[in-house]
Design a protein around this ligand. Structure first.
Ligand code: NAD
Length: 336
């Protein structure tokens, strides 16, 4: 059917469909299509915009992050925007990513990458002032998120106070709130017993659990937090590490939880080895991941590379093929 449409008409159709899916996923925590289908439409949109740059509008979903904050929550303006990530779907995309970076930095030597599992949950910002947790927020549209401080305080592995004394006076930690698969199964059994609709997958269960107006409900849900970067940092008492991996280690020293599968790799080839290794480990992990994330480890290089509209140039998410997400969605539909 799309063959009969002009690129402009097909683009309009894609924008409308993707905007609706974004609303269901980010605002209602209730997607109606598997991620693989969403990703396919998004790639088609990106291809049309690449072929016809004049058709790209600033309010295209390709230029935006996430969804709007729910008005039921107080709004939090992110002092440093919370962006999304570009995607790599195959080895060619990974080598193209490495080449873009080397070309931009005008270097030929091997680049170090921080390699991290891509946790499938909800991005959260946690602000510590003088070592005390003072505020937590969702990513929202990247600029404005929802104030979910009371809910985040109930997550078992989130420290309310930092360890040691050498942390910055203001420190924003970013990471993912996830639900373990075991916790998800127990929660869904209970939902079904109560005659309530089960959650589609752990990611949506985590998002729905965190964006509750009653923190008692969040407290009863099996949520965990893993840090993956720093946002705002003010008045540091010791120099921050010059690499992303060293900074994560500092977060861990201050008591913040990190994923156990972090590594540093040299060049895209080693990144791909990591990707396959994590792919094999995936089913044994206690939580869902939908890929791995590679970040240029050197902070000065990250700063030179900078950002495009919705994502940093120095990072990429290499996604796993997502066949089983379809079956998760269908299973749940049969159960309802
Ligand atoms: P994303 O999930 O592709 O990548 C960015 C996010 O990755 C970050 O915001 C963070 O939350 C997360 N992340 C996990 N581990 C990380 C790590 N180690 N370092 C940095 N970030 C890490 O981005 P997005 O823009 O939130 O979502 C787009 C994706 O969401 C789509 O590709 C699709 O899979 C899914 N989606 C699905 C639907 C649907 O209807 N099924 C709708 C919208 C989005």
């Amino acid at each position: 059917m799309s063959n009969a449409l002009s690129p402009a008409q097909r683009l309009t159709q894609l924008i409308n469909t993707i905007n609706e899916y974004n609303y269901q996923y980010y605002v209602q925590d209730n997607p109606s299509v598997p991620d693989a289908e969403y990703d396919r439409l998004m790639r088609e949109l990106l291809d049309i915009e690449k072929a016809h740059p004049d058709l790209r509008s600033p309010d295209s979903p390709s230029q935006k992050v996430g969804g709007a904050a729910l008005s039921a929550f107080e709004q939090v303006e992110h002092e440093v925007p919370m962006l999304s990530l570009d995607n790599a779907f195959d080895e060619d995309d990974m080598f193209a990513f490495e080449k873009r970076i080397k070309d931009r930095l005008k270097i030929t030597s091997e680049i170090s990458f921080s390699c991290e599992p891509k946790l499938d949950g909800l991005a959260v910002s946690i602000l510590y002032e003088d070592g005390k947790l003072v505020r937590a927020a969702t990513r929202g549209d990247g600029r404005v998120g929802e104030n979910i401080t009371t809910n985040v305080r109930t997550i078992a592995n989130v420290p309310l106070s930092l360890r040691g004394e050498d942390f910055p006076q203001r420190l924003e930690v970013r990471g993912e709130v996830i639900m373990t698969r075991a916790g998800f199964d127990i929660l869904n059994e209970a939902q079904i017993k109560k005659g309530k609709k089960p959650f589609v997958n752990p990611r949506n269960a985590a998002a729905g659990s965190l964006r509750q107006l009653d923190p008692k409900i969040t407290a009863a849900r099996p949520l965990l937090f893993y840090s993956y970067s720093l946002g705002l940092v003010e008045n540091e008492q010791q120099p921050l590490g010059t690499t992303h991996s060293a900074r994560l280690k500092q977060l861990s020293d201050w008591g913040l939880p990190l994923s156990k599968e972090l590594e540093v790799a040299q060049g895209a080839k080693e990144c791909l080895t990591y990707f396959h290794k994590i792919g094999e480990l995936r089913s044994q992990l206690s939580y869902d991941i939908d890929g791995v994330v590679f970040k240029v480890d050197d902070i000065a290089m990250q700063q030179t590379l900078g950002f495009v509209a919705r994502a940093p140039r120095w990072a990429i998410a290499h996604k796993f093929a997502a066949q089983e997400e379809m079956s998760t969605l269908l299973d749940v539909e049969f159960q309802v």
